[in-house]
Design a protein around this ligand. Structure first.
Ligand code: UD1
Length: 416
């Protein structure tokens, strides 16, 4: 399994460019099942998860290829197949995003149940109740979810919890429905707004994305888009902000949207980090000891669960005791034993983590357990004394484009 060797102790300095958002790109690619003709996406990074979604589109009869310079070209001209392959859905839960578009476009979708993953059981009940509200007949047999409907129709559905994936799946399905669909208590993440902007550019009529109520007026068809640029990846941007803070660095991040990371900027400023922004640039500077803080993960605009493990690494080397409450996933502390092996002082109690700052971490062999946890291991390696070896980088490559190369560009000492 691939490893990354990091020699800790370098202050990061210079400029780094963030890539496009994986979590916006994945549903946008799934939505291409519904768009007739050709579509070009830019700011679309080459990542493990994106590659799985491109293979999914190909398996459904859509030509989808990554060109150079972060561009993806999609041609949807043939009859769509409506069965999603088992290996692609089990390799990546977000493959389930094709369920809504397939149902809307062909009236039928057969998609494997995604199952749980290392961070939690991750049910799909909210997706299914929403599809049912839109008039779909649902059967779960032999590990597959089958959705069937002669005609998807507008409906009212209030989500019991603002699930990001369910909001995206239902919003997509409703685009080709008859009449108006109203979804309440939906998720408000920037990636949902980006998906809605993309669909509206293709001819959809979506209002309210980014607020708790979304209205979708169904249209007959959606057309390919000659060029659409995906929003910057706020979690990658956030990871670089933490990297600057933890190394007492001074960096500029390009291709960002400050509003999308204001949750994190506020917390870092409270700790003593200096943050400025101008246009699509964010400047992060840190010197001296940082102070402990408390934080709780929550749906957007709250603190994102996808930044929890990276922040924990930073809090592990701050002055004082911090408390984290993980409110989104039930098992998202898999990185804790690895941080403890590097000398961190962290105690877990159900949803809570109590982090007593230590003066230093010491380099060690550590293993990555999921995508964001692996980023937290890399951050720990940047600040630890001596050499660290991060194992299991397949997780990291699912969602970070050239993370090692970008950190090396900022002065980090990394070997792969
Ligand atoms: C998306 C993101 C992921 C992020 C998460 C929360 C993508 C590709 N992934 O995942 O990086 O960590 O949002 O911000 O965009 N739930 C149910 N029933 C459902 C759906 C969800 O109980 O039908 C629960 C989940 O188990 C979890 C919580 O709701 O505990 C949040 O899940 P959700 O918002 O759906 O996350 P994803 O869309 O899977």
């Amino acid at each position: 399994m691939a490893t990354m060797e990091i020699v800790g102790g370098t202050q990061l300095k210079g400029t780094v460019r963030a890539s496009g958002a994986k979590n916006a790109l994945l549903p946008i690619l799934a939505a291409c099942v519904m768009l007739d003709g050709e579509t070009n996406l830019t700011n679309a990074p080459y990542l493990g998860d994106v590659n799985i979604m491109l293979r999914m589109l190909s398996s459904l009869g859509i030509r989808a290829e990554h060109l150079s310079n972060d561009c993806i070209h999609i041609v949807n001209q043939k009859k769509i197949r409506h069965i999603a392959p088992y290996d692609l859905v089990t390799a990546m839960r977000a493959s389930f995003f094709v369920a809504g578009p397939l149902l809307a476009k062909t009236g039928f979708a057969k998609v494997p149940m995604p199952g749980g993953c290392s961070i939690g059981t991750r049910p799909i009940d909210i997706h299914l109740k929403g599809f049912e509200a839109l008039g779909a007949e649902i059967n779960i047999e032999h590990g597959f979810v089958q959705l069937k409907s002669k005609e998807i129709r507008g409906a009212y559905y209030k989500m019991p919890f603002p699930s990001v994936g369910a909001t995206e799946n239902l919003m997509m399905a409703a685009c080709l429905a008859r009449g108006e669909a109203v979804f309440e208590n939906v998720a408000c993440e920037p990636e949902i707004v980006d998906l809605a902007n993309f669909l509206n550019a293709a001819g959809a009529k979506i209002e309210g994305a980014g607020t708790p109520t979304i209205r979708v007026q169904g249209v007959r068809s959606l057309q390919g888009i000659s060029s659409y640029s995906v929003i910057p990846d706020r979690i990658e941007v956030g990871t670089f902000m933490v990297a600057a803070a933890i190394t007492s660095g001074d960096i500029t991040i390009e291709n960002t949207c400050f509003d999308h990371v204001s949750f994190l900027a506020e917390k870092l400023e409270l700790m003593g980090v200096t943050i400025d922004h101008s246009g699509d640039l964010i400047f992060v500077r840190s010197n001296g000891t940082l102070k402990a803080i408390d934080l709780e993960t929550a749906p957007y605009p709250g603190f994102p669960t996808d930044m929890q493990s990276q922040m924990m690494t930073l809090l592990a080397v701050c002055e004082g005791t911090s408390k984290i409450k993980e409110s989104i996933f039930e098992n998202r502390y898999m990185h804790v034993p690895e941080l403890v092996r590097m000398g961190a002082d962290i105690k877990l109690d159900k949803q809570y983590a109590f982090i007593k700052g230590v003066s230093k971490l010491s380099g060690a062999d550590v293993r990555s357990t999921d995508l964001r946890a692996s980023a937290s291991m890399v951050l720990a390696g940047l600040v630890a004394e001596g050499r660290s070896k991060v194992h299991g980088l397949k997780h990291l490559r699912r969602g970070y484009h050239n993370l090692a190369e970008k950190l090396i560009g900022l002065g980090a000492e990394i070997y792969q």
